[in-house]
Design a protein around this ligand. Structure first.
Ligand SMILES: [Zn+2]
Length: 227
């Protein structure tokens, strides 16, 4: 029968000598994984000590105080890490709050998330409206029948961010002084919010005119604008 100890970390067995128990209050270093442990808390009796290794090193002094100190340091550094993470998170939230319009314009997919983020703070997420950032790529005006017309075309968002779709002012010219002015919202044009970056967006509008006016209409002028 022999007294042995098992390293609580790597489970290697060691035979225990009297000096292991007396030196450093029983604190020893595992000869395999270098784990430090108190040998008297991990004692076993074995009939056949053959597989047991000899290399168990008593420490020069008890480790209790050092271990506590290390644990304290570990807790301190965890606290610092948590504070740093909170600080970074706070700064990130502040950045998002200030840049929400730009982020919403650049990444339209994030708009609803930004609106959700803004809600408790009573802030708004708006999409930029800038008439210099889009152009009318094409437009056609056709008479379908006596009083029905269709106006269709394409708006191009020239910028790298999303834009609010514009409204349209359509002026129809006829013989003499006949002039019909129509203001058509983006929604009526079928332009969806937002106008995606660097893309063409088709619109189409069908409308009828008063029979007293329609026979004379022979030209148009279209202007995109924000109401
Ligand atoms: Zn070990």
């Amino acid at each position: 029968m022999a007294i042995v100890t098992l390293c609580p970390q790597c489970q290697t067995g060691f035979s225990v000598q009297p000096e292991h128990l007396s030196a450093a209050d029983g604190w020893v270093k595992c000869g395999k994984c270098e784990h430090l442990f108190q040998v008297d808390q991990h004692l076993f009796e074995m009939d056949d000590p053959q597989p047991v290794q000899e290399f168990l090193q008593p420490l020069s002094k008890p480790l209790q105080a050092d271990v506590k100190h290390e644990t304290g340091q570990h807790q301190d550094s965890t606290m610092v890490q948590m504070l740093m993470a909170l600080l970074v998170f706070g700064l990130l939230m502040q950045f998002v709050l200030h840049q929400r319009h730009v982020i919403a314009a650049r990444v339209p997919e994030l708009q609803s998330a930004l609106q959700w983020f803004c809600k408790p703070m009573n802030c708004q997420v708006s999409i930029p409206m800038d008439t210099d950032l889009f152009s009318m790529e094409s437009s056609t005006f056709k008479r379908l029948d006596e009083n029905t017309f269709v106006f269709e075309g394409t708006v191009r968002n020239l910028s790298e961010g999303a834009l609010m779709p514009p409204a349209l002012e359509l002026t129809l010219n006829g013989e003499g002084d006949v002039r019909v002015r129509k203001v058509i919202s983006a929604d009526q044009l079928g332009l969806r919010v937002p106008l995606r970056p660097l893309g063409n967006h088709a619109f189409s509008l069908r409308f009828t005119l008063d029979p007293s006016l329609s026979p004379t209409i022979d030209g148009f002028r279209a202007l995109l604008f924000y109401p």
